[in-house]
Design a protein around this ligand. Structure first.
Ligand code: GLC
Length: 593
């Protein structure tokens, strides 16, 4: 299904601007934000796990790359049962990652280079090693200590059946029963709710003490100088009253194409009474009560100077429900999982882009774009899985069909150039600037993700995208740290993709990112408005739009596509055939418009 368009018929004139974001100068509205996953970014002390001194040592890499901000996944005190998303102390650094002084040094180093810093806040659950949970275990049922979490009696005459039928997102029941104790009532030991691992008990957000505690945590990090927070599971804190049974099963990351097309018609300002646009993620997610929390946090951030921001990790649908998290008095941005989950298909891309822009614009929030993060298969591997259109997200195991690495990288570069040409804010995941694939053949005995264990291996889990970065090709551990140790093994291909093999090398993925980020900034693309190229608006394989003075043309089809004669190429994701003037298959180009 590819049509050929001849040189003479291509007209890159754009239509009227389809979207004009309100740009009030807040830095996060058009920022490119780089996700550092601290355990896998760079190892300063040689123990095989990345750390904050490692981040500080590599800040020049980020400054050279040309991003605006860094978001760091959790580095707080934690038993690391879910790689730090199980926090035991929200106000301290885990010794694995360093000290508060190391954090301050990293923050100062980033600020010196003009990089903003966003930290991760995990409010839905704590670690079972958090002092509050330990106190709750020691206290009696019904005590104030237990009220900080979601303890319930079991069902059945002896209380030995789960309080409801909810499933953990990592597999298995969402409830764990306590050990018996003498003061248990007739229903025996209580159960506690954990939407994730059993070591991650859900906090009780109906308890004002929990609100006060987290406002204190926000202030702790704001006082230290952070520029914002990425809010983990932002749609999860409030559960439907009575915790009703629900037969659905939630997955790690969701977002559908249907959601995007539906959303273009939905009304983001719909009333909160559920009369229209109700969320459909079950009684544990997207309850209207969460919005009161964000309104309160918005006020806390507003007390501080500068533009501090809150970014929602909320897996809600349709997009109109997501837009409610970024209304003017709530959070500032929300991850766009509809874009991340979109398959390699031009019509779908256009639909998702349109729906994303219009839905966020309706509430005055910037649209965000993201292709990879620490929870999904990297886009260089996803797009190499031809037969499922790049939609495989929850890990690829050694015995699964393996991606086509060359195709994956080729498409990933094209997808990235398409993304960076869009107005709004874009998120990158560490290593994508090197074109890294997942380690898709990790042996099971090195896996650490709780979702692998809780599904008895049915889900490979997320370790494949969390492999330590290669900095020096061919060095021990490819230069991840001074000893060559890496907490997960790297695949062979990481040697040739190492950062030092790409710096200054024309055509390398790093240099492509650098060029695109430089142009994006110089041309003010992030703050621009998108207008579709009229003559290509219905093309089955081509996505073409203008933002500022840049025209982005992506060919997602199998057949070369003729570009206008004499077009000035600013940056391309792959080699162009100068003689024919054609844009090859799976390639994106930025042209001077
Ligand atoms: C978020 C994080 C993920 C973590 C989960 C539980 O989805 O991105 O890594 O496992 O929350 O905190």
């Amino acid at each position: 299904m590819t049509s050929t368009t001849s040189l003479s018929t291509v007209d890159l004139t754009a239509g009227a601007p389809a979207h004009s974001p309100a740009n009030s100068g807040e830095w996060w509205r058009d920022a490119v934000i780089y996700q550092v996953y601290p355990r896998s970014f760079a190892d300063g002390d040689g123990d095989g796990t990345g750390d904050l001194p490692g981040v500080t040592a590599k800040l020049d890499h980020l400054a050279q790359l040309g991003v605006d901000a860094v978001w760091l996944s959790p580095f707080y005190r934690s038993p690391q049962k879910d790689a730090g998303y199980d926090v035991a102390d929200y106000r301290d650094i885990d010794p694995l990652f360093g000290t508060l002084a190391d954090f301050d040094e990293m923050l100062a180093g980033a600020h010196e280079r003009g990089l903003k810093v966003i930290v991760d806040l995990v409010p839905n659950h704590s670690s079972d090693q958090h002092v509050w949970f330990q106190e709750a275990l020691a206290a009696a049922p019904g005590s104030a200590e237990r009220e900080r979490y979601m303890f319930r009696d079991g069902r059945g005459p002896a209380g030995d059946e789960v309080p409801n039928n909810w499933q953990s997102i990592f597999g298995g029941p969402a409830w764990t029963r306590l050990a018996p104790r003498e003061d248990d009532g007739p229903l025996g030991p209580q159960w506690y709710l954990h939407l994730f691992d059993s070591t991650q008990p859900d906090l009780n957000w109906d308890n004002p003490e929990v609100h006060a505690e987290f406002e204190g945590v926000l202030r702790f990090w704001l006082d230290r100088g952070v520029d914002g927070f990425r809010v983990d599971v932002a749609h999860g804190m409030i559960k439907a009253a009575g915790l009703p049974d629900w037969d659905g099963q939630v997955a790690m990351v969701e977002g559908t194409v249907e959601e995007a097309s539906e959303a273009s018609e939905a009304d983001p300002s719909a009333p909160e009474d559920g009369s229209t646009g109700a969320g459909n993620r079950g009684p544990m997610f997207d309850q209207d009560g969460v919005h009161d929390i964000y309104r309160a946090w918005h006020k806390v951030l507003a007390e501080y100077d500068g533009d501090r921001c809150l970014v929602a990790e909320a897996w809600v649908e349709p997009l109109s429900r997501l837009a409610r998290y970024v209304r003017p008095d709530e959070m500032h941005q929300a991850f766009n999982f509809s874009f991340l989950t979109a398959p390699w298909d031009a019509a779908t891309m256009r639909t998702v882009v349109n729906a994303s822009l219009s839905t966020m614009e309706a509430v005055g929030a910037p649209t965000t774009w993201v292709l990879s993060n620490h929870d999904v298969v990297r886009h260089a591997s996803r797009f190499g899985l031809e037969e499922i259109g790049g939609r495989q997200l929850n890990g690829i195991g050694a015995t699964d069909p393996q991606p086509d690495a060359a195709l994956g990288l080729h498409r990933a570069r094209a997808a990235t150039l398409l993304m960076l040409g869009l107005p709004g804010s874009a998120y990158m995941y560490q290593g994508e600037e090197l074109g890294l694939p997942d380690h898709t053949a990790l042996p099971d005995d090195v896996r650490q993700d709780p979702s692998f264990f809780r599904t008895n291996g049915a889900e490979p889990g997320r370790d494949g995208c969390r492999v330590p970065l290669p900095w020096v090709g061919g060095a021990p551990g490819n230069g991840f740290g001074p000893t060559g140790k890496t907490w997960l093994p790297q695949p062979d291909v990481y040697a040739e993709l190492a950062a030092d093999r790409q710096y200054g090398v024309e055509g390398s993925t790093f240099e492509m990112y650098r060029a695109a980020l430089g142009l994006r900034r110089a041309e003010n693309v992030g703050a621009g408005t998108l207008a579709w190229v009229d003559s290509l608006a219905e093309h089955p394989d081509v996505v073409a739009f203008r933002v500022a003075d840049v025209v982005v043309v992506a060919n997602l089809g199998a057949t070369p596509f003729a570009l206008p004669a004499g077009a000035q190429v600013l940056v391309a994701s792959g080699e162009l055939d100068a003689a024919s003037g054609e844009l090859p298959s799976d390639t994106t180009v930025w042209l001077r418009g």
